[in-house]
Design a binder for this molecule. Sequence first.
Ligand code: AMP
Length: 296
Amino acid sequence: MRVVRTTKELREALEYMRMGGHTPIGFVPTMGYLHEGHASLIRRAGEMSSTVVMSIFVNPLQFGPNEDFASYPRDERRDLELAEREGADIVFIPSVEEMYPQPVLTKVSVGALTTQLCGASRPGHFDGVTTVVSKLFHLVQPDYAFFGLKDAQQVAVLRRMVSDLSMNVEIVACPIVREGDGLALSSRNVYLSGEERTQALVLSRSLRETRQAIEAGKVTTADEARQLLASVISTSPLAVIDYVEILTFPGLEALEGGSLISNAEGEIIMALAVKFGRTRLIDNNVFTPKEVHALV
Ligand code: AMP
């Protein structure tokens, strides 16, 4: 595994792999503090590609002024061990100065897909994501890029960016990896106190119970689904809801309150963001109501 820190070294390492015929190239962008969710992306990349490139970069552009850029957890040595163990070939770890040697005047913005859910709570966040991912795509020129459905809105936004801008890369969406008790893995879980960690289980439980209620025909409308999600979450005294939503996926259009979930075409997403103390956690469930309906 080669560790490169400059764009020049990255281009040379990629050139070497391409000259040796080690294509297709799979790319896994991350912000580090790696866990089993990231590991699953590297493994999937390894199944589909001859060269696996991972980037580790805590991107200041995607953090708001009052967010956790400075305190975001970092552990390069552990990250490199995990990346090597899971089969990464090249790890790109640029400094902020290497990525942004001058103020960034050119930004990529994906309009209406970024105004709801996390886009509403974190203004500018997705412009930061799409700008850095565009830059990384230009540097790596991957055939495939792997993203987790943990950040489902990010997947929807990046798919649209790639399509709108005719980028020659396929976005591969990978399933959410969870702890045994249901908590979705996240680098930010390390911020949680013991009590917050216990109460945070309510996120996956609310999604599971609501999904079951929909499948059993006990919940039929979007409003009922939102209410059930919110009421399960509020059984945790420490939980402060940022949003609870049910939308089409990947179009991210809100389902009307009284509309029947079973009438939705294609996939839908139940998505939530909840704060426990200073820590904001997200989780979601994507499913096809028509298939659920056929089961009932
Ligand atoms: P991050 O380092 O948080 O920016 O995440 C890098 C990539 O890992 C993104 O595509 C995330 O969606 C993905 N990821 C993070 N947590 C998980 C998880 N629990 N399961 C699957 N993918 C994840």
